[in-house]
Design a protein around this ligand. Structure first.
Ligand code: G3P
Length: 225
């Protein structure tokens, strides 16, 4: 399962990249608004930081298919041909996906609330589809189940597409998708940090450290012995 960072703050991205095995960064217009500054410059800086092979997903904001395609061309020129162009699953968005697919552009269908939207996007050429797990939960439905259904439907119908589950509130939602073999998730740094947090682990390490210090003296490690 790929783990992507859903953020546009370069410092936060660098920090999480140092600590966790990450596979790329996703952004959307709201995340870029939160970051502030010129969004294209922000994306360029993220691209420059990311290691070779890491994914960058960035979203078009145009409302018609033709404009989305033009916008995507410009983004690919500035950010690199391997950038994933995020396109919302509106009817104009689906039309744009078909046009971009003809040019072999990497497409991430976004703003997905139902499994049918994801299915149509995959048929239109999206490589990734991003169901908004937590937002779906907040609407009284089951976001994890929607993501699982999409994953299963892609396999059942032999579609060359994966789920890129987005919008998480907690690590349990991520775990449930991981157990189901979901292809990728994108989450904010605090949710990624929560994936390994456990008081029992912290306490165990505390005891190990104290025991070792009482054996060889405070502050000593294997390196000093
Ligand atoms: O990538 C989509 C995601 O950023 C939405 O997350 O937390 O705004 O629901 P959220």
């Amino acid at each position: 399962m790929l783990i992507l960072v859903d953020d546009a703050n370069l410092e936060a991205i660098k920090k999480i990249y140092e600590e966790f095995p990450c596979d790329g960064v996703t952004t959307n217009p709201s995340i870029l608004k939160k970051q502030g500054g010129n969004p294209m410059e922000v994306l360029k800086a993220i691209r420059e930081f990311l290691p070779e092979g890491a994914q960058l997903h960035a979203q078009v904001v145009s409302l018609t298919a033709e404009k989305m395609v033009d916008e995507a061309h410009h983004m690919l020129e500035v950010l690199g041909k391997d950038t994933f162009i995020k396109v919302p699953v509106t009817s104009e968005g689906i039309k744009a996906m078909k046009l971009l697919k003809n040019e072999n552009v990497n497409i991430t269908a976004t703003a997905i609330y139902t499994s049918m939207q994801a299915f149509i996007a995959a048929k239109a050429g999206a490589r990734y589809t991003a169901p908004y797990v937590n937002r779906i939960d907040n609407m009284g439905a089951d976001g994890v189940q929607v993501a699982k259904d999409i994953h299963d439907m892609f396999r059942m119908h032999n579609l060359n597409a994966d789920v890129l589950a987005a919008s998480f509130k907690n690590s349990q939602q991520v775990l449930n998708l991981c157990k189901h073999g979901i292809g990728s998730v994108t989450a904010a740094p605090d949710v990624i940090e929560g994936l390994i947090k456990h008081d029992a682990t912290t306490n165990a390490v505390d005891v190990f450290t104290k025991d070792f210090y009482s054996l060889v003296g405070e502050g000593n490690t294997m390196e000093n012995l």
